[in-house]
Design a protein around this ligand. Structure first.
Ligand code: GUN
Ligand code: ZN
Length: 441
């Protein structure tokens, strides 16, 4: 990150959530909507934010103001769980989790032994994130260390804040995808030393899930976490009923699925567990007590028939939660589409997901789940300048609906119900334009 970043000034309509909250009902008071606002960024950070009227005096004569009069600007979307090597296998037919892994996922991931292949897909993946307004993601690579290099090299070119790690997996998978407890430890340690904190990159210790790691390997993962306490832990938990029964068979000495991870020191404020669809009450309590986070992945949970995630319970139990696309079990890179499905998952349980709660989970709530809410998630001065310029009317039906929107909450709700990558006008990363629909091939 040696390049000098030029200052930018952006004028337009801004919407964000100013702070984290502990009750869903407090979100409305934290909403900040500025019809005619100004954001100034220096060296990748927000140096001024407020109304255009107040902000003009902050502008230097040599600063160009980029004006987006017809758009809506929100903080960059945060994806708390996604697999970059699975980009090419979205929409694999007919299976639930365990069969889906064996039939489609493992054969796909074997290809990432080849660094040139990993480079090509990493490039595609990062472009796809930016095209969808996602500026930060917590990402699974494959078992191959070179897959991690491929991803971080591309992230670095864009100065993007990604968290990623090498999969640890030493059983119940094809030979070509298995490491050992020892090689997983050594390779992960080398990757932590190479990438964690380099530029905006952060590392996650990534055991795939309990069934594909021996107790020795989980113990090695815990040892690494103890040696590098500020790296992340990223894995899957309690996604599918057959998976849960399998974990019970494999680890009979543990009370429940989460106890397996907890026993090996893998819970904590930088631990993110994807899915958590079927947690028991004691597991919710352990998530809370250890300050661990959940990645809620609605398109994946519906696609694989895993179940309905009880989002309301995260408020009741005070457990951090972010939104995950979980591509390629998830069916879209787009967080608007993900929110659309998140809403329906709550409807099926008799619950509601308001527009502002949805925006919260996709931005500052996701940042909190990743323990990055001091740096990301809204337009507070001093935060990193990652944001998205949204087109509200890219299609005839969206234009018709938006012209009748009753206020900004209704407008955002229509956007999250109908929106997709056509709504992403531009994406800014660390104060620089990283994607613009008008320049896209
Ligand atoms: N559990 C273990 N591996 C995976 C994976 O690749 N995707 C999903 N959705 N769940 C998993
Ligand atoms: Zn996953």
């Amino acid at each position: 990150m040696s390049s000098i970043l030029s200052p930018i000034a952006i004028r337009g309509r801004f919407l964000d959530i100013q702070n984290t909250v502990s009750k869903a009902s407090d979100i409305d008071q934290a909403v900040r909507y500025i019809e005619d606002g100004l954001l100034i960024s220096h060296e990748g950070k927000i140096s001024w934010f407020g109304t255009w009227e107040e902000g003009q005096s902050q502008l230097n004569a040599d600063m160009n103001v980029q004006h987006y009069p017809d758009q809506l600007i929100v903080p960059g979307f945060i994806d708390t769980h996604i697999h970059f090597p699975q980009s090419e296998m979205i929409g694999a037919y007919g299976e639930q989790l365990l069969e889906w892994l064996n039939t489609y996922t493992f054969p796909t991931e074997i290809q990432f032994e080849n660094k040139a292949y990993a480079d090509k897909i990493a490039q595609f993946f990062v472009n796809e994130l930016l095209k969808n307004g996602t500026t930060t993601a917590l990402v699974f690579c494959t078992v191959h260390p070179q897959s991690v290099d491929a991803l971080f090299e591309v992230a670095e070119q864009h100065q993007m804040r990604l968290i990623a790690g090498k999969v640890m997996m030493d059983r119940h998978a094809p030979e070509a995808l298995c490491d050992t407890a020892e090689s997983a430890y050594t390779d992960s340690k080398a990757l932590i030393e190479k990438w964690h904190g380099k530029g905006r990159n952060l590392y996650a210790i990534t055991p795939r899930f309990a069934p594909t790691s021996t107790p020795e390997q989980l113990s090695a993962a815990g040892k690494l976490k103890a040696e590098f306490p500020d790296v992340y832990v990223h894995t899957h938990l309690s996604e599918n009923k057959n998976e849960i029964a399998w974990v019970k068979d494999l680890f009979p000495e543990q009370k429940g699925y989460l106890d397996v991870y907890h026993h090996y020191g893998l819970t904590g404020s930088r631990s993110v567990f994807a899915h958590c669809v079927h947690l028991k009450d004691e597991e919710w309590d352990c998530m809370h007590q250890t300050d661990s986070a959940i990645a809620f992945c609605p398109t994946s949970n519906l696609f694989l028939g895993s179940g309905l995630f009880p989002l309301k319970k995260t408020w009741e139990k005070q457990v951090k939660v972010g939104l995950g696309t979980d591509v390629g079990a998830g069916t879209s890179f787009n967080q608007l589409q993900t929110l659309n499905e998140a809403y329906k998952v709550q409807q099926l349980q008799g619950d509601k997901l308001s527009a502002f709660e949805a925006l919260y989970h996709a931005t500052i709530g996701g940042a909190k789940a990743l323990d990055l809410d001091e740096k990301l998630g809204n337009f507070n001065i001093g935060k990193e300048a990652d944001f998205v310029v949204l087109d509200l009317k890219p299609t005839a039906i969206q234009a018709l609906r938006q012209e009748r929107a009753k206020g900004i909450d209704d407008a955002f709700f229509a956007l999250m119900t109908m929106g997709d990558d056509r709504n992403i006008h531009s994406t800014y990363v660390f104060g620089q334009l990283a994607y613009s629909k008008s320049n896209a091939q």
